[in-house]
Design a protein. Structure first.
Length: 256
């Protein structure tokens, strides 16, 4: 199954490489998630659908642009064809394709792949089979309070918890792709990812984080909501949630 996901990611990468970058920001209308679809999103999503057609359309599809596409299959591909659109449009080389195959909600994801479309780095996971970066098994790192690295959303709707956590950390990162930043917690590159908002309509969607959530959990970490309960999300691209992802259990005392 990972090979199918890898083939889909290849198609997205090739489609973007061969496209006209000057047109990436063109407005293509409103997506199923209620946000504007840029041409770059449209190109990436069509590449996903094209790859699935070559594989005989093995899944239903849930995507931020087209919403739920019912193919009468048992499993659903939860896809963000381009996580980090804002980065891509502004020439910031940090964005990804995120692919997760689920039997139901986010907790039911069985296979996952997140690929950095600039570096080619590829995170994968199989439920019960571990997590990998470029084919090498990965684990979260033990938290060291003398050299922590937190990735924290600090926009105007950021919660008080976000600001408090930022004040406790020597190094803060906010790079604009939840899929990649959560996957980096899985590989031990950072200790925590926090996207917590005071506003109910600001947060992350299942398409943003379904794949990275399995990757982090298989690497030994946790993904929670703002109440610090294990996060699960159903297949509705309009629903959003605050997210806290940690690599080491000892970080719970920092969060509290």
């Amino acid at each position: 199954m990972i090979e199918v996901l890898r083939d889909i990611a290849d198609e997205v990468s090739a489609a973007l490489d061969s496209s006209d970058r000057d047109s990436w920001g063109d407005d293509m209308g409103m997506g199923a998630d209620g946000t504007t679809t840029n041409r770059i999103d449209w190109i990436a999503e069509n590449a996903v659908l094209s790859a699935l057609e070559r594989h005989g359309n093995p899944f239903n599809v849930l995507s931020e642009e087209k919403g739920f596409i019912d193919m009468n299959r048992e499993m659903t591909l939860i896809v963000d064809p381009l996580d980090g659109t804002y980065n891509a449009l502004h020439g910031i080389p940090f964005y990804a394709v995120s692919l997760a195959v689920s039997e139901g909600t986010m907790k039911d994801v069985r296979w996952a792949l997140v690929r950095n479309l600039i570096s080619g780095d590829e995170y994968t996971a199989t439920r019960g089979g571990g997590a990998f970066l470029n084919g090498r098994r990965i684990h979260t790192r033990r938290y060291d309070s003398t050299s922590p690295v937190f990735s924290i959303f600090l926009g105007k709707s950021a919660s008080q918890r976000s600001l408090l956590l930022a004040s406790k950390c020597k190094r803060i990162r906010s790079m604009g792709s939840a899929a990649l930043e959560i996957s980096m917690v899985a590989s031990g590159a950072s200790d925590m990812y926090c996207y917590c908002s005071e506003l109910p309509d600001v947060g992350l969607r299942i398409v943003d984080i379904a794949a990275a959530t399995l990757i982090l959990r298989e690497a030994g970490g946790k993904v929670m909501d703002k109440k610090l309960i294990m996060l699960d999300m159903d297949t509705d691209v309009r629903k959003r949630s605050s997210v806290l992802a940690i690599g080491d259990e000892s970080l719970m005392k920092v969060i509290y």
